[in-house]
Design a binder for this molecule. Structure first.
Ligand code: ATP
Ligand code: MG
Length: 252
């Protein structure tokens, strides 16, 4: 299988303090990878270097063999990368439907192709409504984003990322801040949504083992900025290293 994403010796420091240290990683086209690790392990920072929000202090990021290390996140979006954030980022005064419409209209590869500006808005609204249905958000279509509960905010952000048809979807803690019931429902919803798009490569971070077991095929464990273990979800979950690292921290 060909690698859609490669990290070579990627490090990232904040004011000289290392948060990610010499990470090498290959992600195959269509793979579903989870990056796990205790709080402060460097998961979100690693995500930032993949998505282009942070320029790595050392190393290279390659998408389909092409060096994108110096490309900003907007350029990487054009190359087919879309992400969600640990804390959802939405247009808070707009409705759920308007948020998804805007994502469909302007997001990813689409917004920059001149012929797309000629596409009728009707077509984009149709795509929007399909995305809302797929994400189970139809009932909340006319709700203003600022009044959504945490779980629905995350689902909306997910729908906005998926409607952009990314080749690589990056999900940072898709169930962060949710209670047990909401997290279970959101995971099932997300799995259904993603299973319709088997061609999409998915990289997610999570603490929640149920999220990892239901969404990931391979797991990379990070600690202190480094990759310390990798394997199937079962292998990593049962490994002593994982248990030791998570000991006393609880799921969050
Ligand atoms: N913008 C920043 N400026 C300075 N230090 C930062 C910044 N973001 C993260 N850090 C530090 O980098 C380290 C890694 O943080 P990061 O957020 O990547 O971890 P994480 O694995 O995503 O943690 P969590 O599970 O809590 O989300 C931590 O020590 C953190 O304090
Ligand atoms: Mg994080």
């Amino acid at each position: 299988m060909s690698a859609i994403l490669q990290l070579e010796n990627v490090s990232k420091s904040y004011d000289g303090v290392p948060a990610v240290r010499a990470v090498d990683l290959q992600v195959a086209d269509g793979e579903r990878l989870a990056i796990i690790g205790p709080n402060g392990a460097g998961k979100s920072t690693l995500f930032g270097t993949i998505a282009g929000e942070h320029r790595p202090t050392t190393g290279r990021v390659l998408v389909n063999g092409r060096d994108v290390t110096k490309h900003r996140s907007s350029t990487r979006a054009v190359a087919g990368m879309s992400r969600t954030f640990q804390v959802a980022r939405l247009m808070s005064t707009m409705t759920v439907r308007e948020n998804v419409f805007l994502a469909a209209l302007t997001g990813g590869r689409r917004g920059v192709r001149w012929w797309d500006t000629l596409r009728s808005h009707r077509e984009v609204w149709d795509e929007t409504d399909l995305a809302l249905a797929d994400a189970g958000l139809l009932e909340l279509s006319d709700t203003v984003a600022s009044s959504l509960a945490q779980g629905a905010r995350k689902t909306l952000e997910m729908a906005m990322a998926v409607v952009q048809r990314p080749a690589i979807l990056l999900l940072d803690e898709p169930t962060a801040g949710m209670g047990y019931e909401d997290a279970r429902a959101a995971t099932a919803q997300l799995k259904a949504l993603l299973d319709q798009r088997r061609d999409m490569t998915i990289i997610l971070t999570a603490h929640d083992m149920e999220v990892i077991h239901s969404l990931a095929e391979r797991v990379v464990l990070m600690a202190n900025g480094e990759v310390v273990l990798e394997g199937t979800p079962d292998y990593v979950a049962r490994h002593e290293t994982t248990k030791t690292l998570y000991l006393g921290q609880g799921a969050s």
